[in-house]
Design a protein around this ligand. Structure first.
Ligand code: AMP
Ligand code: MG
Length: 322
């Protein structure tokens, strides 16, 4: 079976094609704001402008007739952006008379992580622009054991980066700066039960920047503190659930320091740490294609009349039949 998946929740319009064994094609184009953060309508405009050429690139690698199912990111995400991907997927499925599958974006991050690593039943740390969650499967549902109370860690990093004059996306730039940090500056460490929050630490870091502290030291201290919060809650979930595998997914997962901290935590607990290759960490069409394929194989499809996008779609809402 071959599945085509469209991802368009936020900054990336990406189309992936997968078989049951491998990724066959992956093409996409990122929206990058001229200034400020992601503007939903501008991003959606970008997606609709590039959709045609991305699909042409895909169809040069595989004929549309070879595709058995068309999947799309149904949510969570930005409404205008989601609608572009959903519209393209609906049009393709109707025209080619193939099933349509609406996929939960967070579930897709977890599923591709498991597919591309050895992880079987992990506690997953999902860290991206808009989301930050600790997820594990229990019975027929994935459950969120801890999550951000305000903004996603990626969003927090991007905000700080913009304040320091760095262009979006700030993640890789803050990582580079942090490598040159020499002194740790105290930052607010906010873990409440199993949840955490990042807006206070961003405000604090901005204030330090105004006071003239070195950008390198701010970036370093910010990463050390925010990542420690994430690792603490991930470890607690592993202890509580008695799991010995940790999986890292989402765009922020590309950060080598975060990977190192999780690896150390896993080593101390005799657990395995897993992370898929970087290109499958952030939002991508292959994760939607793969999850759509698994869903269809288990009899799940989305009728066109029920295929509205769901900006607040939660992973717990999906019954896991596999
Ligand atoms: P996603 O929404 O999953 O595609 O993730 C996008 C987010 O990942 C953005 O906020 C980026 O700034 C962030 N990001 C990408 N690379 C890195 C990195 N090396 N370190 C930290 N954050 C990163
Ligand atoms: Mg994501």
């Amino acid at each position: 079976m071959i599945s085509l998946g469209i991802e368009s929740t936020a900054w990336n319009f990406s189309v992936g094609v997968v078989s049951e064994d491998e990724v066959i094609a992956l093409e996409g184009e990122a929206y990058s704001p001229k200034e400020g953060g992601i503007h939903p309508r501008e991003a959606a405009q970008h997606h609709s402008e590039v959709a045609g050429k991305i699909l042409s690139r895909i169809f040069r690698k595989i004929s549309p007739d070879e595709i058995d199912v068309f999947s799309f990111s149904q949510g969570p995400g930005m409404g205008p952006c989601l609608r572009v991907g959903a519209t393209v997927a609906r049009a393709l499925a109707l025209k080619l008379e193939k099933p349509l599958v609406g996929v939960n974006h967070c579930l897709a991050h977890v599923e591709i992580g498991k597919w591309l690593t050895e992880a079987k039943d992990p506690v997953t740390l999902y860290v991206s622009g808009g989301n930050s969650q600790i997820i594990a499967r229990r019975g027929r549902r994935y459950r969120v054991f801890g999550e951000t109370l305000d903004i996603g860690i990626g969003n927090a990093i991007d905000k700080l980066a913009r304040y320091m004059g760095l262009k979006h996306p700030g993640g890789p730039k803050i990582e580079k700066l942090a490598e040159k940090g020499t002194g740790y500056i105290e930052m607010p460490y906010v873990v409440k039960g199993m949840d955490f929050s990042f807006s206070g630490i961003v405000t604090h870091a901005m204030k330090l920047f105004d006071e003239g502290y070195r950008a390198e030291d701010i970036a370093f201290s910010f990463q050390e503190t925010a990542f420690a919060m994430l690792v603490e809650v991930t470890e607690r979930a592993m202890a509580y659930l008695d799991r010995n595998e940790c999986l890292l997914v989402g765009g922020v997962g590309a950060n080598r320091r975060l990977q190192e901290m999780l690896r150390l935590m896993c080593h101390d607990r005799n657990a395995d740490f897993h992370a898929p290759p970087s290109e499958y960490m952030g939002d991508n069409g292959a994760m939607i294609a793969y999850t759509g394929l698994v869903m269809l194989k288990h009899g799940i499809r989305t009728e066109v009349q029920n295929s509205q996008v769901r900006p607040d779609f939660r992973i717990e809402e999906v019954e896991i039949l596999w």
